[in-house]
Structures are given as structure tokens and as C-alpha cells.
Write a protein that binds this ligand. Structure first.
Ligand SMILES: [Zn+2]
Ligand SMILES: [Zn+2]
Length: 186
């Protein structure tokens, strides 16, 4: 029999699911809705759920023979920067994930690794690692302000979409330069 530490999970934490009112008979179900302040680190380099922003969770807990199956949906605002032009991006995240959390000392518990199947810690489920994995996986690694964002002029850093079509930093032809000179003295 393995020793399960139950003490480090705080049942009052919004990312800890308490299953005490879920009967341990297969088919029993509870749905919990909660809105919490997003934890730190729900982020990739260019896009993130701002820490402290509203994170809305719908959590369906279902008793199965050897544990609790959690089907979760998470929704939040995203902020980031376009990978081409660095303009601010505001988007929404809507991600679903499902995870089985096995009861201690069941066959599932004894025959699977913890990275394959989650574990109940007593009556509690620590949702944070799986939520974090699902959210980070759903974030775009190359976010764009729009699909066809033309990016920035590498010479002056201006946004291509506000520059005239003939914008260029090529050396002006000497003859045109002479004409320019002529116009200015005119
Ligand atoms: Zn852009
Ligand atoms: Zn330029």
C-alpha cells in the first residue's frame, strides 16, 4: 500500500476539486462552475492568460469504477503580441480537456504511471497541472494579429500595412537625386 500525502492540497484552493459529495458509485455525477483568478504562468513567450484575469471553469466530475473522470472546459481572455508586427493581440481561450484521477490502491493506480493517469489525493483532485498543460498546449506558438499580417519593414520598423506600396530604402538613383536637388532650388 502506497502512502498518499493528502496534506499539501488545500481544499479551499479554486484549483482543487473536492469530491466528497460525489458518491463513489459509477455513473454518479456533479457539475461545478467556478470563476477564479488565473494563476501565473498560463503563458507562452508571446501570448498569455494574464495572471489574475477571470478564468471560467466548467468541471464535470463523474464517478467511474476506479476513480473520477473530470471533463473540464476553461475560458479566459488572452493578451499577447503579434509574432510579426508586435501589435497587441486580444483573443479568447476556450479549451476542453478530460482526465481520469484514480483512487488509491485500485488496479488503475497500481498499473499506470502518474503521467498517464492522474491520482486522487484522498477525496481531492489537484487540477492545476492538467489545467496548465491543456491551456499552454492550446496557446498559439506563433500568434498573429491577423492571418495575413505583413509584418514590419526590416529597415525602419514601420508597419507594412500603413506604408505606401512603393516604400523602399534602396539607394535613390543618382539622376533622381539630382532632379530632387533641382526641384528644391526651384
Ligand atoms: Zn501583426
Ligand atoms: Zn522602411
Amino acid at each position: 500500500m502506497r502512502d498518499y500525502q493528502q496534506s499539501h492540497l488545500d481544499p479551499r484552493s479554486p484549483l482543487v476539486l473536492d469530491t466528497r459529495d460525489l458518491p463513489r458509485s459509477p455513473g454518479a455525477m456533479r457539475v461545478v462552475e467556478r470563476v477564479l483568478a488565473a494563476p501565473e504562468d498560463l503563458s507562452l513567450e508571446l501570448i498569455r492568460v494574464p495572471a489574475g484575469a477571470d478564468l471560467a471553469l466548467t468541471l464535470r466530475m463523474e464517478s467511474v469504477s476506479e476513480g473520477v473522470l473530470v471533463s473540464a472546459r476553461a475560458r479566459a481572455e488572452l493578451t499577447g503580441e503579434c509574432g510579426r508586427c508586435l501589435r497587441e493581440i486580444n483573443d479568447t481561450l476556450d479549451v476542453e480537456f478530460q482526465e481520469l484521477y484514480a483512487y488509491a490502491n485500485t488496479t488503475t493506480d497500481e498499473t499506470t504511471d502518474e503521467d498517464e493517469v492522474g491520482r486522487m489525493q484522498g477525496d481531492l483532485i489537484d487540477l492545476e497541472p492538467d489545467l496548465r498543460d491543456a491551456v499552454v498546449l492550446a496557446l498559439p506558438s506563433h500568434p498573429l494579429c491577423r492571418e495575413d499580417c505583413p509584418g514590419l519593414c526590416p529597415e525602419c520598423g514601420a508597419h507594412w500595412d500603413v506604408l505606401p506600396a512603393d516604400h523602399s530604402h534602396r539607394q535613390v538613383d543618382a539622376r533622381w537625386a539630382a532632379l530632387d536637388q533641382f526641384k528644391r532650388t526651384d
